[in-house]
Design a protein around this ligand. Structure first.
Ligand SMILES: [Ca+2]
Ligand SMILES: [Ca+2]
Length: 394
């Protein structure tokens, strides 16, 4: 059975990210798992998850604009809403008429330019009516309360061979370049071996410069810029469907949650500035051999953490906690499983270590966790089944 991340809208707003059996029945898992408590884990440690509000509908990303306290909720069906007291308020952007709405399709990503306060630029990632990936730039109005539709400018279009595995994360790195996570294109098992093929933009993390030239320039130090037959945008490769990556706001390291095929969910780690890494898919699923051929002459970078489908279904990568309110979580990368709602953390640093499950300490699971969110102060949130939670001191 093949599994992938799917985003399934049921009814008007309910969102589910399903373990999909491709070619079989698609749907959310029928059972949830209770908090993964063990004898060593107690609820006495100093943090918990506080429910902030419900009503976030099909929100699958949450972020703040640089220097602003406002949180923005990205909704799969095509709108970005400004959160007011944790609830969706004013519409910042509406591209509902432009997006496709299949299981893993829709409005999938948002990145504010680091200079947003001055230049009002931001970028979105969505699948268009043809099912292809589009990165589009907009500018906000002078008060920065909503996008100006007439400023839309397509930065990049990526043909999608299948409906699933569209990646979707976009984020500016500490180097002010725009990073774009693409899935392997879809189906199951990466049948055309795109993730290991540098001539395909799929199964990659791409890196572009949106300041030097329009629509974008290739940064001079991209690793495959002069490699024959390679897409010059490629920064890392060998990914299956990176459902959320993030940069450690203190160290600048890159963390990737890569959704597994049928058995293994993984966390990948890249020290700041390292480039051209091959994360192994589809030769490896996690640390297990999967059977595909590695790109000739390359070596795989193995995950720094993984778990099997005994404990989860589909990883949702998070952030390194760099907020002030929870000392016990400071400097730890948090991630969750969409299907079972378990939460884990691992210590950030030059060599990540100390993987531990946090579910029991948090006192609850977060089944349906579509995304983490990091606010301007580095405090962290989770959105699960349309409900917003905040990590808080106990
Ligand atoms: Ca696809
Ligand atoms: Ca891998």
């Amino acid at each position: 059975m093949t599994r992938s991340r799917a985003l399934i809208t049921t009814g008007a707003v309910a969102l589910a990210v399903a373990a999909v059996a491709i070619g079989a029945s698609d749907g959310p898992p029928s059972a949830t798992t209770a908090a993964g408590s063990t004898a060593r884990e107690t609820a006495t440690a100093g943090y918990r998850l506080v429910r902030v509000s419900g009503g976030l509908g099909d929100t699958l990303f949450l972020t703040a604009a640089p220097g602003r306290t406002t949180l923005y909720a990205v909704q799969k069906s095509g709108r970005i809403r400004v959160l007011r007291n944790g609830r969706p308020g004013a519409v910042f952007l509406d591209v509902r008429s432009q997006v496709s709405g299949g299981g893993e399709q829709g409005l999938l990503g948002l990145a504010f330019h680091p200079g947003f306060a001055r230049n009002r630029r931001f970028f979105v990632n969505f699948t268009d009516r043809s099912g292809d990936t589009r990165i589009v730039e907009y500018r906000a109005n002078a008060r920065r309360t909503r996008a100006v539709p007439s400023t839309a400018r397509t930065v990049m279009t990526i043909d999608q061979p299948y409906e699933n595995h569209n990646g979707g994360m976009i984020a500016f790195g500490p180097d002010r370049k725009l990073y774009i996570g693409t899935g392997d294109g879809g189906s199951g098992g990466d049948p055309q071996n795109r993730a290991q093929n540098l001539s395909s933009p799929l199964g990659k993390i791409l890196r572009i410069d949106v300041d030097a030239r329009r629509p974008y320039a290739i940064p001079g130090n991209n690793p495959f810029r002069t490699t024959r037959g390679a897409r010059a945008e490629v920064w890392h490769y060998g990914l299956r469907n990176p459902w959320r990556f993030s940069f450690d706001r203190v160290r600048g390291d890159l963390w990737i949650g890569d959704v597994g095929q049928g058995e293994v969910e993984e966390v990948d780690f890249v020290r700041r500035g390292a480039k051209g890494l091959n994360f192994g898919w589809n030769a490896f699923e996690g640390r297990r051999s999967y059977g595909g051929a590695l790109r000739a002459g390359s070596r795989p970078t193995m995950p720094v953490a993984q778990y099997t489908h005994a404990k989860g279904v589909s990883i949702t990568g998070g952030y390194v906690y760099r907020g002030r309110s929870i000392p016990a979580l400071r400097g730890r990368y948090l991630f969750a499983d969409w299907g079972t709602g378990r939460v884990w953390s691992i210590g950030a640093g030059p060599r990540p270590r100390g993987l531990r499950e946090e579910t029991a300490r948090l006192g609850r699971t977060v089944v349906g966790a579509t995304t983490f969110g990091e606010d301007a102060k580095g405090e962290l949130y989770i959105v699960a089944n349309g409900t917003l939670y905040r990590f808080a001191r106990r």
